[in-house]
Design a protein around this ligand. Structure first.
Ligand code: HEM
Ligand code: HEM
Length: 202
């Protein structure tokens, strides 16, 4: 039975975007900025609050099925793909503040300079690279997520309306071009499905 996401789930989904955007926009520009003790303490407090909110969000959201609002049958490969993208987003939202906190810890232990690529790399350089890579990965995943949500809205599967308050769907598409694209999408899923050994499927 398709069900819409709860009011709380929608509230968390949309307000979390503001928190995430704030974290990205106000990012520390360079390591040297942490010399300002006020900024260092603020960063630590922000990263801690961010981390707690992500953990609380995940504990609440994990009880709901991926695509719980779908009014159309969802291909198993599509379902797992979306689940992987959602979990990868959560992994980024945990690793971003965590690596940030490690940077803060290392900074207060005396790792106050960022080596140039030809200088000997320290643990601080590794963590800074990881922090940046996780931020970049989160942008890509969110881009993919939004594109998938829009595509799902065009198909009219019901998933969009279960989370988004505007442009609600009124049934599956009847557009012949979109129907062709859906057919093609399903042949790809079938091919992927055929490649997965049966014992790996839940
Ligand atoms: C226009 C922008 C966006 C749209 C239209 C959108 C749409 C949706 C929809 C329809 C779902 C429900 C999927 C399902 O039921 O399985 C969902 C879930 C989700 N969205 Fe978005 N989203 C948007 C932006 C974002 C952004 C910016 C983030 C991250 C900061 C995000 C993170 C998530 C996560 C992690 C889930 C999984 C469910 C959960 O645990 O909350 N979304 N989104
Ligand atoms: C949720 C919390 C955080 C978010 C969302 C966040 C986000 C970001 C982003 C997007 C960048 C740019 C990465 C790049 O362009 O390569 C960055 C850089 C940086 N962040 Fe964070 N950060 C967070 C927490 C922290 C904390 C707690 C610290 C340390 C106190 C920190 C220290 C730094 C430093 C030093 C840089 C600059 C790295 C460089 O020199 O290139 N961040 N952060």
């Amino acid at each position: 039975m398709p069900t819409s996401h709860t009011k709380l789930a929608k509230f968390i989904h949309w307000t979390f975007i503001l928190l995430y955007l704030y974290g990205i926009v106000k990012q520390v520009n360079e390591l040297g900025d942490l010399e300002d003790n006020q900024l260092l303490l603020f960063e630590i407090a922000f990263a801690t609050v961010f981390l707690i909110i992500v953990i609380l969000r995940y504990s609440y959201m994990r009880r709901f099925k991926t695509f719980q609002g779908a009014t159309e049958p969802v291909h198993i490969v599509h379902y797992y793909f979306a689940r992987i993208v959602h979990r990868a987003m959560y992994a980024c939202f945990i690793l971003l503040p965590l690596t940030g906190l490690i940077i803060a810890g290392l900074y207060s232990q005396g790792y106050t300079v960022n080596a140039t690529p030809d200088e000997e790399q320290t643990i601080m350089d590794v963590v800074l690279d990881l922090h940046g890579a996780v931020a970049d990965l989160s942008y890509m995943l969110i881009f993919l997520h939004i594109a998938a949500a829009i595509y799902s809205r065009i198909k009219g599967e019901g998933v969009w309306s279960s989370m988004v308050p505007i442009l609600k769907e009124d049934g599956p598409t009847t557009n012949p071009i979109v129907e062709k694209i859906i057919q093609f999408e399903h042949t790809i899923y079938d091919k992927i499905d055929a490649l997965i050994p049966t014992e790996n499927k839940e």
